[in-house]
Each structure stands twice: as structure tokens, then as C-alpha cells.
Design a protein around this ligand. Structure first.
Ligand code: GLP
Length: 247
């Protein structure tokens, strides 16, 4: 595992976007796994800058988002589709038909999850998967207790995640309680993983993920099983780390 400690969120964005851009330049039809949440926003900002100022081309890029809330239409401003359009897709030359976000309004959720997995497989798998981390160590919406072999599925969110997401909604009643998420097994099949973490509130989860035992109690600890992981972490989120990692 490689750990890059950075001073600011802007630095994190630059480091992360540079890795993604290298991959996109090397492989046409690059398959990029994307995450929502506030953490990756500086990465998307920098990707937009690279597109506008340095001509980074998204025209053949394919994307798959990690997760989506059940019950929110794609037009809802807190839906992950809307988030991705606003934070990245609307500002680059990506073909939206090549972008995929789990559909929380699908009639047959189980069938949709299977199809999502098959679509990833059909394009040859995800080349690089962007990840954030929840305060309780979750990745995507794989809450503690999720099997490390889990696949894309629907599940109930924990109260901690519902509380954390409530900042985006007017009242707690509006916060989705269920979501579709790629599984940990699905995520571990990506060619490379890019984990981003910022803020002191993530320090405990980051330490457990990188230095703790690989355990379902910290889903992000499964990253230790992957051969190509880069973690880009601001100093406050990395403050609990004691081991020396490659940088
Ligand atoms: C949600 C998302 C995760 C994300 C997490 C942290 O639960 N499903 O993919 O990593 O929030 O969000 P933030 O980056 O806003 O702290």
C-alpha cells in the first residue's frame, strides 16, 4: 500500500487527479470507478481543470459509481446521479451514456444489481476505483459487518451513516435509509484503488483501515488485500497512523 500525505484538500485533488489522468491517457476506454461524498470533490475539480486547461479527454471514458440511494429520483439534487452531473460530468466532454450510477428507483432492485455487475464485467472491469471512507470505516455503502466477498446489492444503512448524510437534507426523515452499493468483493476486483480521506473525523477509520486487522468490522480494511492501493490523505486524517508506508 502506498500512502501519500498531503497538507490540503487541494493538494489531495491534484495528486489524485494526476494518477487518474495518467491512466486515462494510457488507456483509451478507461473504466473509472467513482465515489460521491464531499471528499472526492477536489479530485473532480482538478479533473475538470485538466480537461479545460490541458485537454484531458473524457470522450471515451466509461464510469461506474459505487453506490446510490434507494428512493431518490435521478433529478433529486441529493441523488448521486445529480451529484456526479454537477461535480464532474457536466463540466467535461464525457458521453453521459457511458456513465453509470446505480438506479435507486429500479423496479427490480435485485435484477438491477446483477445487471450492474455484468455491465462492469462486460467492459473488462474497472481500471481505477475512487473511494472515500465513512467515519465507521465503510466503503461505498458497505457498512461494518458486510462480507469481504460481497457483491453489488441493496442494504439498510446504519444510523451513523444516516446521521452523517442528514447534513444534505432539510430533515432526518428525508434521508434515505436504504441504498444500492457495489460489494467489497466487487471493489477489490478493480485494477487499482485510490482511497481519499480528509478531516480529523476520519482519523480513527483511516488507522483501522490501514493498520488494523482485516476485518468485517472495518470494511475499508479489505483494501489491505489488494495489490495496488494508493491512499491520499490529509495530515489531520492521517494523524493516527504509526506505520511507515511507501509514499
Ligand atoms: C457515503 C458514500 C461513501 C463515502 C462516504 C463518506 O456513505 N456512500 O462512498 O465515502 O459517504 O462521505 P464524505 O466524503 O462526505 O465524508
Amino acid at each position: 500500500m502506498r500512502v501519500i500525505r498531503v497538507a490540503t484538500e487541494a493538494d489531495m485533488g491534484k495528486e489524485g487527479a494526476a494518477i487518474i489522468a495518467d491512466g486515462m491517457r494510457m488507456k483509451p476506454h478507461f473504466v473509472l470507478g467513482l465515489a460521491t461524498g464531499s471528499t472526492p470533490v477536489p479530485v473532480y475539480k482538478e479533473l475538470i481543470r485538466l480537461h479545460k486547461e490541458e485537454g484531458l479527454d473524457f470522450s471515451t471514458t466509461l464510469t461506474f459509481n459505487l453506490d446510490g440511494s434507494i428512493g431518490l429520483p435521478p433529478t433529486h439534487e441529493q441523488s448521486y446521479r445529480c451529484f456526479m452531473n454537477t461535480e464532474l460530468f457536466d463540466s467535461v466532454n464525457i458521453n453521459k451514456a457511458n456513465t453509470h450510477v446505480p438506479d435507486g428507483l429500479a423496479e427490480d432492485i435485485e435484477g438491477h444489481c446483477l445487471t450492474y455487475e455484468m455491465m462492469i464485467e462486460d467492459v473488462g472491469g474497472i481500471d481505477c476505483q475512487v473511494l472515500g471512507i465513512g467515519r465507521n470505516g465503510h466503503i461505498a455503502f458497505n457498512e461494518p459487518g458486510s462480507s469481504l466477498a460481497s457483491r453489488t446489492r441493496a442494504l439498510d444503512l446504519t444510523q451513523d451513516t444516516i446521521d452523517a448524510n442528514s447534513r444534505f437534507f432539510d430533515s432526518i426523515d428525508e434521508v434515505p435509509k436504504r441504498a444500492i452499493t457495489m460489494g467489497i468483493g466487487t471493489i477489490l476486483e478493480a485494477g487499482s484503488l485510490l482511497l481519499f480521506a480528509t478531516g480529523a473525523s476520519k482519523a480513527t477509520a483511516v488507522k483501522a483501515a490501514l493498520e488494523g486487522p482485516v476485518s468485517v468490522s472495518c470494511p475499508a480494511s479489505a483494501l489491505q488485500l489488494h495489490p495496488d492501493v494508493t491512499c491520499i490523505i490529509t495530515e489531520d486524517a492521517a494523524s493516527g497512523l504509526t506505520l511507515n508506508f511507501r509514499s
